[in-house]
Design a protein around this ligand. Structure first.
Ligand SMILES: Nc1nc2c(ncn2[C@@H]2O[C@H](COP(=O)(O)OP(=O)(O)OP(=O)(O)O)[C@@H](O)[C@H]2O)c(=O)[nH]1
Ligand SMILES: [Mg+2]
Length: 650
């Protein structure tokens, strides 16, 4: 199956999953089993299923064929090159290709001048007025090519301006931009491009990130600190006619291999057609190709199976001309397989696990509620059946019994409310440490410290302090989470043992994930800092501050997620207990009333028994429907077993 087919299948899979989750949500509301909380959680699950993006980034030194490979993989249907690809530097700014419902076809360009300010690209995405927007004419391939060629536009500026935008100048041209005779340098006109383009793959949530060659990459820290580490797959491209050069190695080391994650990284050895010189025979060509592939694997310290020799240009040509033999020879098919085999299943597994984590939990809660309702009904039935033919005295005894049970429970409730206020205090502490206010203060402090220090040691100290502070806050949060967990555990146990509520012990929560993200961010930052140590001090300063702004945005993202997760966890651990306590109170009241009524008129006893039997049956039916809903979701997501539910005799 081709990439397009696999991806549309993945899109259908998500749509099916969303449909089944939607059904559960509808059913819970209709039967009044869920609460507002559960509804909100399912709403988030649906949101996530609907706008699930998958980013594939293409990274290489200039002219290795990134844009050509994107054309061959995704845009051959247009019968021509869609993205500009030519000798020399073509793509001058990072370019995202994407499509969401409601978009109009257009190219949005962020002027390079915005680099003079502190704002990062992801922040600027929220301000449309900062971008230059141009509609795309998708009917005409030529018009489309013309519009997309804008990602290659350049400008001449003074050296001072170029430095203000974070570019490095080097008169020799080896380690930076080389000034021309008039002292001007050429820089990209745009800082970032977003192309909204309707394409089956992009509609399903694929985001393609094309990047420019090394020099331009080097100046935009956001790529290395945020865009690339967050991509689901990174394709690193080399060319067979140049081999692995020094600057290829630098790109690999600093931009592809820098982070912790090694999965989803594929190496492409492009332009293998340069070996088809018409002089060598097939066997010799194959030998040469094997040799090159092995040597690339050795240089990059990779398994040979991770290196894919291809010809992007011939693959594009073959697809346009429907030439199967040429496509076969281009070997693009193997790269496509690797992409679909590794990328989609891994992504699908994550979506599956997070979706089921939520739905299974909610189904279990709903079933616990129904089960406890049913237990209540069955107990009443048993009591009333016993009462058949018994005299007033016995009924009075029953009433006293229920009353004393109720009193006991009320006493338990008092303790529960006391503990709950302690819980609220602990929660406030937790949110204080994890909160965004604390983070904002620390970010401001670090930024000021960096501005004041004039030596690289000071810069480094300020940053080390920043990361240490964040980790400290995470550690404190972890302690508070533990305290809350412990307290809840005791409370859950009390209600289970003393009052017979059926509660699954609360699940734990760990901040380890966020601490890891912060560690990774610090490592990436250190790497960046080491790369800039060779620069003169003023440049180092501006660059480091730019890095820091990106780091701050990434850190805030991590903390935002941590906050959302911890709030969801707090609700998830509290709400089953609250729901069950409320439910139990209601049952006691109902039992008391029913015995009272019988006390007043023993002749309604038989009617009441019939009524309870009907309630019991309809609860059994509801629980079966709920289980059906859950299995539907499991089936749609392609997970084998249905979730466990409490079994009680119906
Ligand atoms: N022979 C041959 N040439 C190729 C192949 N793939 C790309 N090229 C050529 O290599 C040149 C550079 O290709 P691009 O796609 O522009 O490379 P890029 O990596 O996007 O380069 P920048 O955008 O400048 O960073 C173009 O002239 C392509 O036609 C290939 O498989 N074989
Ligand atoms: Mg390009």
């Amino acid at each position: 199956m081709g990439l397009i087919d696999q991806f549309s299948e993945y899109g259908r899979w998500r749509a099916d999953a969303a449909r089944s989750v939607g059904q559960l949500r509808h059913w819970l509301t209709q039967n009044e089993v869920g609460d507002a909380q559960a509804d909100l959680r399912l709403h988030y699950v649906l949101d996530r299923l609907q706008e699930d993006k998958l980013t594939v980034a293409f990274v290489a030194e200039f002219s290795r064929g990134k844009s050509e490979l994107i054309n061959a993989l995704f845009f051959a249907d247009y019968g021509n090159r869609v993205l500009p690809s030519s000798a020399g530097r073509t793509t001058m700014c990072p370019t995202e290709l994407q499509w969401s419902d409601g978009d109009t076809p257009q190219i949005r360009l962020l002027p390079i001048e915005t680099r003079a300010e502190h704002a990062t690209v992801s922040e600027l995405k929220r301000y449309p007025e900062m971008w230059s927007e141009h509609p795309l004419d998708i009917e005409s391939t030529t018009a489309l090519q013309g519009a997309l060629a804008r990602v290659g536009e350049v400008r001449q500026v003074s050296q001072a301006d170029a430095e203000r935008y974070g570019f490095v100048i080097d008169p020799s041209g080896d380690n930076g931009l080389q000034p021309d005779a008039d002292g001007q340098v050429e820089i990209p006109r745009w800082r970032h491009a977003i192309i909204h383009f309707r394409h089956p793959l992009l509609e399903q949530g694929l985001v393609i990130l094309d990047t420019p060659g090394l020099n331009a990459i080097g100046a935009e820290p956001e790529l290395t600190l945020s865009l690339l580490p967050n991509a689901h797959a990174v394709l690193f491209i080399l060319a067979a006619d140049t081999g692995v050069t020094h600057s290829d190695m630098a790109v690999w080391r600093d931009y592809v291999n820098a982070g912790q994650r090694r999965d989803g990284r594929l190496v492409v050895l492009n332009k293998i057609d340069s070996l088809w010189d018409g002089l060598r025979d097939e066997a010799r060509i194959r030998e040469e190709l094997d040799r090159q592939t092995r040597s690339v694997a050795r240089d990059l310290k990779l398994d040979v199976a991770k290196v894919f020799p291809i010809s992007a240009q011939k693959a594009l040509l073959a697809r346009i001309q429907n030439d199967d033999a040429l496509f076969e020879r281009s070997q693009l098919g193997m790269l496509e397989h690797a992409l679909t085999d590794q990328l989609l299943p891994a992504k699908q597994q994550i979506v599956r696990t997070t979706t089921l984590g939520e739905t299974d939990d909610l189904v279990r809660q709903a079933d616990e509620l129904l089960a406890s309702r049913q237990r209540g009904v069955q107990e009443q039935l048993a009591e009333l059946t016993e009462l058949r033919g018994k005299n007033q005295n016995v009924i009075e005894y029953m009433m006293r019994k229920v009353r004393s049970e109720k009193d006991e429970f009320d006493a338990g409730l008092k303790k529960y409310y006391a503990v709950r206020s302690v819980f609220t205090n602990l929660t406030n502490n937790l949110l204080g440490h994890l909160g965004l206010d604390a983070l904002r203060d620390e970010t401001r402090r670090t930024r000021e410290a960096m501005l004041e220090s004039s030596f690289s040691r000071g810069l480094r100290e300020a940053m080390t302090g920043f990361f240490k502070h964040l980790r400290g806050n995470l550690a404190k949060s972890e302690d508070e989470v533990e305290e809350i967990s412990g307290m809840l555990g005791v409370m859950y146990k009390r209600f289970t043992v003393e009052h017979g509520l059926k509660l699954t012990p609360p699940s734990g929560f760990s901040t380890l994930r966020y601490a890891r993200e912060i560690d990774q961010l610090e490592r990436a930052f250190d790497q960046q800092l080491n790369n800039t140590l060779t620069l003169i001090t003023t440049e180092k300063h501006t660059l480091t501050q730019k890095f820091f702004e990106t780091v701050a945005v990434q850190a805030r993202r991590t903390f935002e997620v941590a906050n959302r997760d911890v709030e969801q966890w707090l609700r998830a651990v509290m709400s089953p207990l609250e729901t069950q306590v409320r439910e139990y109170q209601l049952q006691l009241k109902r039992r008391l009333e029913s015995v009272k009524r019988i006390h007043q008129a023993t002749d309604t006893l038989e009617d009441r028994i019939v009524e309870l039997q009907q309630q019991d049956q309809s609860l059994t039916k509801l629980r079966a429907e709920l289980a059906d809903n859950a299995s539907d979701i499991h089936r749609a997501l392609g997970a084998s077993s249905a979730p466990e539910t409490t079994s009680i005799a119906a």
